[in-house]
Structures are given as structure tokens and as C-alpha cells.
Design a protein around this ligand. Structure first.
Ligand SMILES: Nc1ncnc2c1ncn2[C@@H]1O[C@H](COP(=O)(O)OP(=O)(O)OP(=O)(O)O)[C@@H](O)[C@H]1O
Length: 320
């Protein structure tokens, strides 16, 4: 289990980047760390790995306390692996050598077999002997993923692990990687901007804003019941409406954060009178931009295009 206990950190005095953060992660679980750019996701991963000295608080991975460079000659904890955004590979050596960097030379046959196995996981078998500097950004990122998996760490820290990988390969790799981690019981924290990394795979989601945890819980709960617009907007487009917009009653009124796929056109049951302004094609249908009460922009998903200036009614979709 990872325990992060009330930690704080600043790069420069008087400008805290991580502020009193606490959370625990159960062994074998997959946790997504989400938040707007610059909120401190990478810094938090680096602190957990022991690359910086904490200003306050402490971190334990199992019984081992994480110690920063002031106490550790070689920064970084042995029982963890950290995949940095810049990959940190050895450019002048081969793909196979990079993947084997953390593997023992004690049994060379088993080292070679392990490298082969990992080359397969990241679909780079044909590139085994190629020097890393000759690979594309996406291929380098796949080498970096294989390298952090090589020695089966207790805790894996991944910073935007698929950002350079094309969409078709990304979804396969994401599935294979996260399933592999579950099978092996490897705990994983993934900092990501991509809600597809989060929704299908993360058991827990932690939301950061300006260096603080603003929401944390089961991924589905964080998504379905976002505590505010900031949290909801990390998963995509969102509409802020009031309960009274649907009920007509101001009693116990409060804000609702509704994703475009949760609204539907319904001339019979619809409670929101809107006027269509624009339709954006998105492959499986259209994202329709409307105006509500004359000036409030609302988006909803619809399978076909609707003529501009058409007045329509919207209702909340019900799945049960
Ligand atoms: N080495 C550094 N020295 C000084 N400030 C830094 C350093 N690294 C990051 N920062 C600052 O700390 C803040 C948090 O940066 P961090 O990289 O942790 O955010 P992030 O959430 O990972 O962002 P992104 O999603 O864009 O990768 C930013 O304001 C950034 O400018």
C-alpha cells in the first residue's frame, strides 16, 4: 500500500506547488491523477518516486519510507519505476538494451526471454536491434513503457504514458498494459489528460487543482457526480444547469453538471426550450450547440444534423 501523508513541496520559496496532499493507494489498484495543465501532477509523481526532498509530510510504499536526494545517493526508489514525460532513454543504444537496463545480468537467457516478451507487449519485436535515436516519438514511448515494466516493480508511476502514440495503437496498448498490471498485481498511478485512460481502467481517480486534491474517489463516482464544473470539464464538454431548469421549482435548487450525451431531443418530454445554433460532426453523430434562455450555450449529442435556428426541446436521458 502507498501512503501519502500531508505532503507539501515548492520549487521556489513562497510558491508552493504541492499543498498538504494526503491519500492512500491499495496494492494492485490503478489510480488516475487528473487536473488541468500545471496543477502539479508530474511534480506529485516525482515526489512519490523520491526525486525531490519533501518540505513537509512523508510517503511510505509498504514499510519503506520514500527518501529524496538528500538521503539517497541515487534518487528514485528501487521498488518503483517512473515513466517521465521525456522518456529518459539511452538514445545511442538499442531498443533491447534500453528495455534490459534494469534487468539483472545474472541469468542472460532469462534476461533475453524477458526482453523478447516485453518487445511483444509493446509491438516492437522488429526493432530490437535499432538504436533508440532512430525511432519515432511514439516508438520511443513504447520502449520506455517496456523498460519500466521489465523488472516488475511494486509501484509504477506513469506520466502521460500514451501521449505520443497514435490512436489505433493507443487503445490496444492501453488495454494490454492495464490488464497486465492487474494480472501481476502491480500498483499504478497514471497522470493523464485523456479521459479514456481514466474511465475504463482506473479504480480510483484523484483530481488536482493548483496543487491541492479537490476530489477523490471511485472513478465512476467522480465522473457521474462531479463536485463542480472544474472536475466535470476534465472529462470533456459539460453543461451547467440548475435543477429548477427541469422542474420549474426553485425549492432546494442546485447546479447540475450534465455531459452532452446525457441530454436528448424530445418534443414530448423535453423541459428545456433551446434553439439550435451549430452542429459539429464527430464521427458517431453530431455535437449540437444550442442556446437556452437566449444566451446560455448548451451542447448535446444527436445522431443526425439539425437545421440551424430550429427550436427544439431537450430532456435528460434515462437509462433505466
Ligand atoms: N523544475 C521546475 N522548476 C520550477 N518550477 C517548476 C519545475 N517543474 C514544474 N514547475 C512548475 O510547477 C507547476 C506544476 O508543474 P507540473 O509539471 O507538476 O504540472 P502538471 O500538472 O504535470 O502539468 P502538465 O499536465 O502540463 O504536464 C507549474 O507551474 C510548473 O511551471
Amino acid at each position: 500500500m502507498l501512503v501519502v501523508n500531508n505532503i507539501s513541496y515548492s520549487y521556489t520559496e513562497g510558491n508552493p506547488i504541492i499543498k498538504n496532499i494526503s491519500f492512500t493507494v491499495e496494492k494492485g489498484s490503478n489510480v488516475a491523477l487528473i487536473g488541468e495543465s500545471g496543477c502539479g501532477k508530474s511534480t506529485l509523481l516525482k515526489l512519490i518516486y523520491g526525486l525531490y526532498d519533501l518540505e513537509a509530510g512523508d510517503i511510505y510504499c509498504g514499510d519503506t519510507q520514500v527518501l529524496g536526494p538528500a538521503y539517497n545517493l541515487v534518487p528514485g526508489m528501487d521498488n518503483m519505476r517512473y515513466l517521465a514525460q521525456d522518456f529518459d532513454l539511452m538514445p545511442h543504444t538499442s531498443v533491447a538494451e534500453n528495455i534490459g537496463k534494469y534487468l539483472s545480468n545474472f541469468n542472460l537467457d532469462s534476461k533475453q526471454n524477458r526482453i523478447k516478451e516485453l518487445l511483444k507487449v509493446v509491438d516492437l519485436e522488429a526493432f530490437s536491434d535499432v538504436k533508440v535515436k532512430h525511432l519515432s516519438g511514439g516508438q520511443q514511448q513504447r520502449v520506455a513503457i517496456a523498460r519500466v515494466l521489465a523488472s516488475e516493480p511494486e509501484l509504477l508511476l506513469l506520466d502521460e504514458p500514451f501521449s505520443h502514440i497514435d490512436y489505433s495503437r493507443r487503445s490496444v496498448l492501453r488495454r494490454e498494459l492495464f490488464n497486465y498490471l492487474k494480472e501481476k498485481g502491480i500498483t499504478c498511478i497514471v497522470a493523464t489528460h485523456d479521459s479514456l485512460d481514466t474511465l475504463g481502467f482506473a479504480d480510483q481517480t484523484i483530481v488536482l487543482q493548483q496543487g491541492q486534491v479537490v476530489d477523490m474517489g471511485q472513478t465512476r463516482e467522480v465522473y457521474e457526480y462531479p463536485i463542480n464544473r472544474y472536475v466535470a470539464s476534465l472529462f470533456g464538454e459539460v453543461n451547467e444547469l440548475m435543477i429548477s431548469d427541469f422542474t420549474g421549482s426553485k425549492l432546494n435548487d442546485e447546479a447540475l453538471y450534465i455531459y452532452p450525451h446525457q441530454l436528448m431531443r424530445s418534443n414530448l418530454r423535453g423541459q428545456l426550450d433551446v434553439v439550435v445554433k451549430e452542429c459539429f460532426f464527430k464521427g458517431d453523430g453530431y455535437l449540437v450547440k444550442c442556446l437556452f434562455k437566449g444566451n446560455q450555450v448548451i451542447y448535446f449529442d444527436h445522431p443526425v444534423m439539425i437545421e440551424k435556428e430550429t427550436p427544439i426541446k431537450l430532456a435528460l436521458k434515462k437509462y433505466e
